[in-house]
Design a protein around this ligand. Structure first.
Ligand code: F3S
Length: 401
């Protein structure tokens, strides 16, 4: 692989041990994937944050790195295992203490500790064509597809190394020839809400790590696209998709390809409904409704607050989001409405990477196909997958006087 004189110095250790170790990781990845050179990145999003997923070995690695590593591009963290500020969710003291040590190690490396899988809602926003190194799979799908920046699905150490060096190896989705579609998906019916997750789940299974090109009957919102991408990236390994007449690279996704050679599938209302049903593992009422996978936007929190105004919930509700979006929700009065109904705005974490299996819940209600896919395996709990409206409707106890 070609290295510039500056990159050779980084590899030789002239900028310290952390830069040297990080360059070695980037070069090793580049060699595995036959990259010809490195490219400069403008931002990083780093996974490997929850103590539940990285354990003591991860904590030790990060504490060691934090002695002299500092990131040189804007960088944010993926969700952690707890809300960093509130202590009323029931997580153990030991888990919380170790989680806070992980966050402290990242903070020392100058990584912004807004622990969220929607960094694009809170200031980590590249522009079209930028090379970036992001690792949370739903955020990777979003930044490639909706923003048009370029990243592979980095692992946590790969993204951290890229943030420390400001560079990544040029292979995979950094190259335009790999950003073309290889499956055309025609959706026959108008869709909304949890339909997006169901379609993402269905297509992710069909396309694996390919690039689907969607033709929808109706226009999708940013929140719809974040649900779609999260599901595509969880049942498959999709890092990039295109939506006709909507996403920034859709015009470049098909030219030069022989369309008749491309696989094409149609998705009917019956397919969507069947997938929605399959994603639930229980017919019992959820004892915790957990929304915000990927982390809720202010628009989504507004919708939840509107549905809960003046109501009481009979089971628990967590709305997962980032601290930045919660600050806006506090100011708008949405947090107060949700908490008066008995719900909680939970920051920095989520139903998958938090140890919710230790809290005594049996059935989790989710409107996210990604959460429905992961909660049974990662938390060993049952899920009910449905639209936000239906989940909340079945949980509302009475109208307050
Ligand atoms: Fe985000 Fe957790 Fe879902 S990291 S995408 S809320 S599983």
């Amino acid at each position: 692989m070609y290295l510039t004189p500056e990159e050779e110095k980084m590899e030789a250790g002239e900028y310290g041990a952390a830069v040297q170790k990080s360059m070695e990781i980037i070069i090793a990845l580049g060699e595995i994937y036959s990259a010809e050179r490195l490219v400069n990145i403008t931002s990083a999003q780093i996974a490997g944050v929850s103590y539940k997923t990285i354990g003591d070995a991860g904590l030790e690695f990060l504490e060691d790195m934090s002695k002299d590593a500092r990131v040189i591009v804007p960088s944010t963290l993926n969700p952690a295992g707890v809300d960093l500020d509130r202590r009323d969710l029931g997580f153990s003291k030991e888990f919380t203490e170790r989680q806070l040590k992980i966050i402290e190690a990242y903070r020392k490396m100058d990584i912004t500790t807004t622990c969220t899988c929607t960094p694009y809602l809170v200031g980590n926003v590249p522009v079209k064509g930028d090379h970036v190194a992001w690792s949370e799979s739903s955020a990777v799908a979003y930044v490639n597809s909706v923003i048009g920046a370029k990243t592979n699905r980095e692992g946590g150490p790969g993204a951290l190394s890229a943030a420390i060096c400001g560079k990544t190896a040029e292979y995979g989705f950094h190259l335009d020839e790999n950003r073309k579609a290889n499956l055309i998906v025609e959706v026959e019916d108008e869709i909304k809400g949890a339909d997006y997750g169901a379609i993402g789940y269905l297509v992710g299974k069909a396309v694996g790590d390919g690039v689907p090109y969607f033709k929808f009957k109706n226009r999708s919102s940013i929140d719809d696209l974040k649900s779609l991408g999260a599901a595509l990236a969880s049942s498959g390994a999709v890092a990039l998709y295109h939506v006709e007449h909507l996403t920034p690279e859709y015009k470049e996704a098909l030219p030069g390809l022989d369309i008749s050679d491309l696989e094409q599938i149609s998705i009917s209302r019956a397919d969507i409904n069947e997938t929605r049903e399959k994603l639930s593992t229980s017919s019992k009422k959820p004892d915790l409704i957990c929304l915000g996978c990927p982390h809720s936007s202010i628009e989504e929190i507004k919708q939840i607050a509107e549905k809960l105004a003046g109501k009481l919930l009979k089971n628990q509700l967590w709305v997962c989001t980032s601290i930045s979006v919660k600050a806006a929700a506090d100011r708008m009065g949405y947090t107060e409405i949700i908490e008066k109904a008995g719900g909680k705005l939970v920051c920095d974490t989520c139903m998958v990477v938090a140890p919710i299996e230790e809290l005594g819940f049996e059935v989790i209600g989710v409107d996210s196909a990604k959460a429905a896919n992961y909660v049974p395996s990662m938390c060993r709990l049952d899920v009910v997958f449905d639209d936000l409206e239906n989940l909340l409707k079945s949980s509302i106890l009475e109208r307050k006087s």
